[in-house]
Design a protein around this ligand. Structure first.
Ligand SMILES: *[C@@H]1O[C@H](CO)[C@@H](O)[C@H](O)[C@H]1NC(C)=O
Ligand SMILES: *[C@@H]1O[C@H](CO)[C@@H](O)[C@H](O)[C@H]1NC(C)=O
Ligand SMILES: [Mn+2]
Length: 517
């Protein structure tokens, strides 16, 4: 059905797509950009006052989604030559990607002023201006009324399930194993769960998550083991494969999914509803932690909001947003292993007690422990550096060592970065990365992995797996997002049918690669 040959009609881009806009760059390989970064870095070693090298490297960083580095390079180019227009362009693009729209607008203003006839610049200025105004509007409304939960405005009892719906239903309003099995099969056939069932799951899981502390602490007995999975990013068929390889979740087969369930892949809803379903079925033996993608900003930019709106409604996305805010931020196993999505902190001295006290029911702040838990990355050299992503920091082996010592821990497990082997052990075995989205975005060629941790020895045991062949290009949803304005009411189904050879063109300011997890 979805992988059939596209009809002739469907392979031509809709007339509203502007053919002059550049094609999206993910057709270039990540390697090309990495090589470009190396090339310009070497050139800058020889000639550190060349604005063009900085500007060109900034572009390569943008393409590999190192927005922090991209911003630094664009800024540097402008320091060297304040009349270098491309520098303003690059800085604006970096700021857009970082969600700093006001800063971006200022630079687009400069470009438009200097180049009044540059249509592309004017378009970007207008898009950015629109976002700034919209954000201001949203802030005005938000402060107008005290934030009400979507749950209060739902009348789930009165939602009727039409007679022609033959899909899975909760049993007496409860998630059962039978329901889970039926739902996973249903999703496998790319069918939609009835909205009533989706709302039932969301309302119930919000209640369960909101009762958990920000730092969840569990104890594994000698004979018990837990499976820790990293990013899944809407790759539903690969999630099913994990269950096939490692067994379905159960009271005797506990799991911990370490954030970034949504965005990027086409099946974020299927992934998250499956995970939430298991959380309801096995609340004490199935664990979920928040990732940097369980946030509004990321969901707006990387697909999940669009997916929920396309498959259900904006109101349902609001409810997802509320639920995500209740996801715990870290989990400690046997007082020895600390798991979080991103990593350690911008400052020394953070204790487990500090983590317990985090008031997490919010969008993450720009800095501080909550931000760091979701966003930071390890680095090989000692100390801390500015983040390549432009959010939080990078921390070295000495930082890890001090943190573990102070908190009497053995090692940390984190996710957040794609790794060729699906996992990576760094900082002398004290910092473990696990990533569970194989062939990430259908282009990275990486393996996925999960970890077994046994109560008896708490030594990580790695299991690798490769991507399953899905019938739908995982990034097609991304394409849909990028082009949704151009498409207007083009149905998603017809978009999917266009297959991987689609000739869509980018209308987005931000071009997406696959390095930001
Ligand atoms: C910088 O990139 C532009 C394309 O954006 C290219 O035309 C130019 O040759 C590059 N400059 C250098 C010095 O590599
Ligand atoms: C369902 O709708 C009816 C009619 O609109 C209303 O009278 C009733 O109170 C509703 N039931 C619930 C549980 O809200
Ligand atoms: Mn991440």
């Amino acid at each position: 059905r979805l992988n059939q040959e596209p009809s002739r009609e469907q392979t031509t881009a809709p007339p509203s797509v502007n053919p002059r806009r550049h094609t999206c760059t993910y057709i270039f390989t990540q390697k090309d950009y990495e090589n470009a970064i190396k090339y310009y870095s070497e050139a800058l070693d020889l000639n550190p006052s060349n604005a063009i090298y900085y500007s060109n490297r900034s572009l390569a960083y943008l393409r590999t989604e190192c927005y922090g580095y991209a911003l630094a390079d664009a800024t540097k180019a402008l320091e060297i030559d304040k009349n270098y227009i491309k520098g303003y362009y690059r800085r604006a693009t970096s700021n857009m990607a970082l969600g700093k729209f006001k800063a971006a607008l200022k630079d687009y203003e400069t470009v438009v002023r200097v180049r009044p006839n540059d249509k592309d610049a004017r378009m970007k200025y207008q898009e950015c201006n629109k976002i700034v105004k919209q954000k201001a509007f949203e802030r005005a409304i938000a402060s107008d009324e005290t934030k009400k939960s979507v749950v209060d405005s739902l009348d789930i009892e009165n939602m009727t399930i039409e007679d022609d719906y033959v899909g899975p239903k909760l049993e007496d309003g409860k998630v059962t194993l039978k329901f889970m099995q039926e739902m996973m099969e249903w999703f496998k056939d790319q069918k939609k769960l009835h909205r009533k069932c989706a709302y039932q799951i969301l309302v119930q899981v919000k209640d369960v998550l909101s009762k958990l502390p920000s730092l969840v602490e569990i104890t594994l007995k000698e004979t018990e083991k837990i499976t820790i999975c990293g990013d899944t990013h809407g790759q539903y068929y690969d999630l099913l494969n994990i269950f096939k390889l490692n067994g379905l979740p159960s009271e005797t087969n506990p799991y911990l999914f370490n954030g970034d369930f949504v965005d990027r892949g086409s099946f974020s809803l299927e992934v998250i509803l499956t995970l939430f379903g298991f959380k309801l079925l096995y609340p004490d033996d199935f664990h979920l932690l928040r990732g940097n993608h369980e946030t509004d900003n990321m969901n707006q930019m990387y697909g999940f909001e669009g997916e929920v709106k396309a498959k259900y409604t904006a109101q349902m996305f609001q409810l997802f947003s509320e639920v995500f805010q209740w996801l715990p931020l870290a989990q400690c196993i046997n007082n020895k292993v600390l798991v979080m999505h991103g990593g350690l902190f911008s400052e020394d001295g953070v204790t487990l007690e500090d983590l317990r006290k985090i008031d997490r029911n919010r969008q993450p702040p720009d800095s501080g422990p909550m931000c760091d838990l979701l966003w930071s990355d390890p680095q090989p050299q000692n100390g801390r550096s500015i983040s390549k992503r432009g959010v939080s920091c990078q921390f070295g082996p000495d930082v890890t060592e001090r943190f573990l010592e102070q908190n009497k821990l053995d090692f940390i497990v984190r996710s957040h970065e794609v790794k060729a082997e699906g996992y990576e052990v760094t900082h002398s075995g004290k910092c473990v990365t696990v990533f569970s989205a194989p062939n990430y975005c259908d282009q990275m060629g990486n393996k996925g992995a999960y970890i077994h941790l046994r109560g008896s020895d708490l030594k990580p045991e790695f299991h690798q797996f490769t991507a399953v062949q899905g019938s739908v290009h995982p990034q097609q949803y991304m394409l849909y997002m990028l082009h949704k304005e151009a498409f207007n009411d083009y149905s998603l189904a017809s978009l999917w049918q266009q297959g991987a050879n689609t000739t869509l063109r980018s209308t987005s300011i931000i071009c997406f690669g696959c390095h930001d997890n």
